[in-house]
Design a protein around this ligand. Structure first.
Ligand SMILES: Nc1ncnc2c1ncn2[C@@H]1O[C@H](COP(=O)(O)OP(=O)(O)O)[C@@H](O)[C@H]1O
Ligand SMILES: [Mg+2]
Length: 272
């Protein structure tokens, strides 16, 4: 383990009705890096991400996280003990349409996590919200508007602002640009990179589109049927995949929908 390790996962497993969705997965993430998790639909990426953040409880394994208070083992903590750590680990979802309450203004949406975690008074919270709007490059007059008044890309900026408002260290992006048009995708990826630099973020970047992963990630894990089949520096791994499964992923043209399975190009010739 490195001195700058932020997250250290060992032997993580999660079963649904006795069937493994994630099986014996181990990896670590260093501060300020972007670790990609790739694999076709159903390979266990989202389940892994949710287990890491304790959005769901893993069945086996250890998730060590270096919080501001020191190392903690997330799998052992009670819901109450997890609350302060929620500030340090956040998720950016695929679909801001589904994750933003349509009846709340942008101000309410961004203020809510601050209220829940009792951060600042009303004036301080407003300043924090305005500062975050600047970070995600939204106008201050967005405050009084509702999510439906925004484009898809702007809504994802609101989703990103909400995830970052508590100033987390670890941010899990689960297909966070997959639902966007390609040109908007590029803008949001650039924004995520700027935010990483400006706010010192560490990303776990889950995606099925490998061109996006190659652009943004430093290292990558390839998942297949709940297991990590290959991992390494992203450029090396994509240039010289060792596993047939990785070759299949690289040869497939991604569907814009992450929940559409890989087209079985020539699965058989690859021995899958
Ligand atoms: N809440 C759940 N209940 C039952 N099965 C689930 C649940 N969530 C995921 N699964 C199953 O776990 C496997 C991995 O799913 P998921 O982690 O969503 O994969 P990915 O994000 O790579 O598409 C799939 O077979 C899926 O059907
Ligand atoms: Mg998923």
């Amino acid at each position: 383990m490195h001195d700058d390790t932020l997250l250290d996962v060992a032997g993580l497993s999660k079963f649904f009705d006795g069937v493994p969705a994630v099986e014996d997965v181990s990896f670590d993430v260093r501060r300020s890096e972007t670790l990609g998790i790739v694999g076709e639909s159903g390979s266990g990426k989202t389940t892994l991400a949710r287990c890491v953040l304790r959005a769901i409880d893993p069945d086996a394994g250890v998730v060590r996280f270096r919080s501001t208070e020191g190392w903690v083992e997330l799998q052992d903590l009670s819901p109450r003990e997890l609350i302060p750590l929620r500030r340090e680990m956040q998720m950016i979802f695929q679909d801001p349409f589904a994750s933003l309450n349509p009846r709340m203004t942008v101000r309410e949406i961004l203020e809510e996590p601050l209220v829940i975690h009792r951060v600042g008074n009303r004036d301080e919270r407003l300043l924090t919200v305005l500062e975050m709007l600047d970070h995600v490059q939204l106008e201050h007059d967005s405050l009084t508007r509702y999510p439906h008044a925004f484009s898809g890309g702007q809504r994802q900026r609101i989703g990103i602002a909400r995830a970052l408002i508590l100033r987390p260290n670890l941010v899990v992006c689960d297909e966070s640009v997959s639902a966007l048009d390609v040109s908007v995708q590029a803008q949001i990826i650039n924004l995520l990179e700027d935010l990483q630099r400006d706010l010192g973020l560490t990303y776990l970047f889950v995606a099925h589109d490998l061109s996006v992963v190659q652009h943004i990630c430093d290292r990558v894990l390839v998942m297949h049927r709940g297991r990590v089949v290959e991992s390494g520096a992203v450029d090396d791994l994509f240039a010289n995949p060792r596993e047939n499964y990785t070759r299949l992923l690289l040869s497939a043209i991604p569907s814009p929908d992450p929940d559409v399975p890989l087209r079985p190009l020539d699965r058989r010739s690859l021995g899958l």
